[in-house]
Design a protein around this ligand. Structure first.
Ligand code: TYD
Length: 204
């Protein structure tokens, strides 16, 4: 089984993945955890290029292609062999991040992003995608709030709202695959929801 985790910034994704790991370890369930962009030596170097603050000139198309390049390397080097040997693979972000961030928020369009990713991932779509559902406003509030007078913070918020809307659209388009988890409650509540959903789907 191939399970991916998605959500906007600050929704508690890393913490939830960590809590799931603890559960899997306690229950002696074997798994392989990786993340995007990154997860291999080559992909981590691509990650550094993408996230480097000096690269302000990067074209949106270049960004989308770099994410896809990092993805195909991760897939060929680790994810595909692990899946083929029957392991449970967990990935922190995957194709849906590209669809939500580059397709919707950067406005490259879902079709364009799907097309370039077809080369990258072929038949390796996730079996299930856990989407931690929390609006960017809620996430910012939880963090202590964005500065409402700061132009950049505000334009940042517009971008993150588009990402969020994108995820909601994707969760409708791929409703068989998407598991939408309300992440507005306490972290233990969210954790329990994830465990219940994975049990219900027969993943664990
Ligand atoms: P990271 O620090 O890993 O963020 P997070 O902890 O929120 O997962 O940075 C990854 C950033 O890259 C994050 O802002 C989402 C973005 N991203 C894309 O825009 N497209 C993609 O395809 C992927 C995988 C990530």
């Amino acid at each position: 089984m191939f399970i991916t985790f998605e959500g906007c910034e600050g929704v508690g994704k890393s913490r939830q993945i960590h809590m799931l790991e603890e559960y899997l370890k306690q229950n002696k369930i074997k798994y392989y955890l990786t993340r995007e962009p990154g997860g291999t030596l080559v992909s981590e170097q691509i990650r550094n290029v993408i996230l480097d603050g000096r690269n302000i000139a990067m074209a949106d198309e270049c960004e989308a292609l770099l994410y896809a390049a990092a993805r195909v390397q991760l897939l060929k080097e680790t994810v595909a062999p692990k899946l083929e040997s029957g392991e449970l693979v967990l990935c922190d972000r995957y194709i849906d991040s590209s669809l939500a961030y580059q397709g919707y928020a950067r406005e490259l369009g879902v079709e364009f992003v799907e097309k370039i990713n077809d080369y990258a991932i072929k038949n390796f779509m996730p079996d299930y995608t856990i989407f931690l559902n929390l609006t960017p406003e809620q996430a910012f509030k939880r963090k202590g709030g964005a500065d409402k007078t700061d132009r950049l913070e505000l334009s940042g918020m517009e971008f993150h709202k588009k990402v969020y809307e994108g995820y909601l659209d994707l969760s409708k388009k791929y409703k068989e695959r998407f598991i939408v988890i309300d992440a507005s409650g306490e972290k233990d509540e969210t954790h329990q929801k994830i465990i219940n959903a994975l049990k219900e789907k027969g993943v664990i």
